[in-house]
Design a protein around this ligand. Sequence first.
Ligand code: DX5
Ligand code: ZN
Length: 234
Amino acid sequence: MKEFLIAPSILAADFARLGEDTAKVLASGADVIHFDVMDNHYVPNLTVGSMVCQSLRNYGILAPIDVHLMVKPVDHLAIAFAKAGATSISFHPEATKDITCTLALIKNQGCKVGLVFNPNTDLSCLDNVNVMDKLDIILLMSVNPGFGGQSFIPATLDTLCQVRKLIDDGGYDIRLGVDGGINTANIYETAKAGADMFVAGSAIFKQPNYKTVIEMMRCELAKVFPPSVTDVNH
Ligand code: DX5
Ligand code: ZN
């Protein structure tokens, strides 16, 4: 099992001070910046383009930026974000005409690549070894995409277990993320179900103290694999 990554979603950040707020959440213990891109076509909401990703890099953000493309079509925006400093780029399989082509295009840009599955999207494309072999990330939406502040969909836990088994049985080195409605009350059960990257927007950015809430999340995650007795004795 990989180390757990906490990935605050900038959708809930203060866009009037995005660089400062992003630096603050990283200084508070976050591992990855989750960058939600919405085009008001694939989802009924609009956020920001690759220039804002570039601005964060120019501001001095060095941490991984995990771009979540909720856009259709995908390819030209994926290239723009790769050029703007994205570390990983994940897209929804139904948003592209050719999944393996888009996966290869993103990898060829030097970025890690992921697929994002909505609660009702079937996972059949993961049966294709040509897809699984290319993936660095599988992100499961635990809300319907488009907005922050929604409630976690409990059925996601079963899907997490299913995909965790697929990854482990195949011996793949793929990060399994969960995205939407994640907070200190449910992060433990998502980790128990197999997630190892946790996207949280409002649960972090809407709190007065980012460090406190991230530490609470870490405490919850520490319960998933408590140190064994032998570890404690070392
Ligand atoms: C929703 C986005 C999520 C969202 C998470 O379409 O993909 O990343 O911003 O926000 P919370 O944690 O508030 O649900
Ligand atoms: Zn997202």
